[in-house]
Design a protein around this ligand. Structure first.
Ligand code: 4AD
Ligand code: MG
Length: 459
């Protein structure tokens, strides 16, 4: 039976004879002895194996290449060398899969740009090992948090007929012959398509989430999300994962309370449950990361009105590329200025102008803003977008008419306001932006296993 390196390192000499399988990270040999670092993905460091010349296949083993798959049996002993507590004195080593010097990961360090071109191999590097272990653990933390809060987990559909955000960024799902679709009045006739109507990949599970919130009270979705948005930035992906809670009988302030509790929980979880990988990020990716995350885990998040934010940006004396004016959306440069310079920490911006936000947000009494909230964090800007929803049927219908959203395809959404409607609120947390924030990684392409961005979809 294969033991994971992480387990054995935690147990120490308790288990004296053990067997590992993994991939060679480095080989160093001198007369009559050879040292191999083997990594099986369970830890950043792997384990050092000491191979002595008494081993029958010693001469072969000394010549294995980086990347070779090995199975090693031996005894765990205290390491006399600095840098590791334990090492493995090999009794037998079997070469499972060889790797010659054409293996691309020979050097210790490669640029992230280069590693993106070999995303089939980059999980075998220290940095990406740490990133994807953190990502996996955080997914568990998300479910654990909502389970502790008694939220119901709902799987909202991936193929959908509605564009929740109304921004026209749906990827089309169709089985019509693209070269020669059936037409009606010169347009493709989607009534002949697979679902008998126009469909696409979801941009958000929110609308369906709302329906479940109006039955179960507190719910959340956590799934893949797709946006055909032509933004080639370090924070946008065409396929990303989003966590969307929705609460019935809740207003904007309850929504911000939940978001704050959630983000702090995830920070604490990363520090406590992913300590080794976080220490790695602190050493190699962003100095001071652990201090920064600890600060967020303990601090109260600032809440600022949008109008206030505009005011303070205008008075900041900073020169921006994009204009700052009441009624305009905040750009990343503005968001970062607020959270990094003006506040110096996580900041909610509340009550945005209605014209820059989606149709479903609750209209405030001032007639010009809606009960929206974005959570901004240093380095990234927006990490969460949410709102209280418009629960009043007449107001919702009026807003849909004003913004040109057709009522007919959303008849079911309107029905939810017809019977037993109630104040409710929710938000969406971009999972990759969270992983970026907690790891210090700068590019969204480096926190998702196989990134999809405009003009790029390998595998
Ligand atoms: O602000 P957004 O567009 O909000 C919604 O989709 C709402 N329906 C959520 C809700 O209220 N249930 O997206 C929410 C979050 C953003 O704050 C951001 O973190 C992330 O999703 N996000 C993206 N992440 C990566 N790549 C993209 N293209 C993203 N677009 C949004
Ligand atoms: Mg948003």
């Amino acid at each position: 039976m294969r033991t994971r390196i992480k387990e054995i390192l935690e147990q120490g000499t308790g288990a004296s004879l053990c067997s590992f399988s993994g991939w060679v990270r480095s080989v160093r040999s001198s007369k009559g002895i050879c040292f191999i670092v083997l990594n099986d993905g369970s830890t950043v460091d792997g384990i050092q194996i000491v191979v002595e010349s008494a081993l029958p296949n010693f001469s072969h083993i000394c010549r294995v290449g980086t990347g070779t798959a090995l199975t090693v049996a031996g005894a765990l002993v205290e390491s006399p060398a600095s840098g590791q507590k334990w090492e493995l004195a090999a009794r037998s080593i079997e070469i499972i899969g060889g790797a010659d010097d054409s293996y691309p990961l020979q050097k210790k360090r490669h640029s992230f740009e280069y590693l993106r071109t070999i995303s089939h191999l980059r999980p075998r590097t220290n940095t990406f090992g740490a990133v994807f272990r953190l990502r996996s653990r955080l997914a568990l933390a998300v479910h654990q948090f909502f389970s502790e809060q008694n939220f119901l987990y709902v799987h909202t559909p991936i193929i959908t007929a509605s564009d929740c955000e109304g921004a026209g960024e749906l990827f089309r799902v169709s089985t019509l012959d693209a070269a020669d679709p059936p037409t009606l009045d010169g347009q493709p006739d989607f009534s002949q398509d697979f679902f008998g109507q126009k469909t696409g990949l979801t941009v958000s599970g929110q609308l369906e989430g709302e329906l479940f919130a109006l039955a179960f009270g507190d719910v959340y979705t956590f799934g893949p999300t797709f946006r055909a948005e032509n933004s080639n930035t370090a924070r946008h992906a065409s396929e990303f994962w989003m966590i969307e809670p929705e609460m019935a009988f809740a207003n904007l302030s309850d929504d911000a309370d939940l978001a704050e509790k959630f983000v702090r929980y995830l920070c604490r979880f990363a520090l406590e449950e992913c300590a080794d990988d976080m220490a790695f990020f602190d050493r190699h990716i962003e100095n001071g990361l652990i201090e920064r995350i600890r600060g967020v885990a303990e601090a109260d998040f600032v809440r600022m009105e949008y109008s206030d934010a505009i005011d303070r940006l205008q008075r900041s004396g900073v020169t921006f590329t994009y204009p700052v004016e009441w009624g305009l959306d905040l750009q990343t440069e503005h968001e970062r200025c607020i959270t990094e310079q003006i506040v110096g920490g996580a900041t909610f911006i509340l009550n945005y102008p209605k014209d820059i936000k989606a149709f479903y947000m609750r209209q405030n009494n001032d007639g010009r803003t809606v009960a929206a909230m974005d959570l901004l964090v240093p380095k990234i800007g927006e990490i969460i977008g949410g709102s209280q929803r418009e629960e009043r049927l007449d107001r919702l219908e009026r807003r849909m008419a004003e913004t040109g959203i057709a009522r007919e395809p959303l008849w079911w959404y309107l029905d939810s306001r017809r019977w037993g409607s109630c104040p409710h609120a929710g938000f969406g947390l971009g999972f990759e932006r969270l992983v970026m924030y907690l790891s210090g990684m700068d590019n969204i392409r480096d926190v998702i296993p196989f990134p999809r961005t405009p003009r790029h979809c390998e595998f």
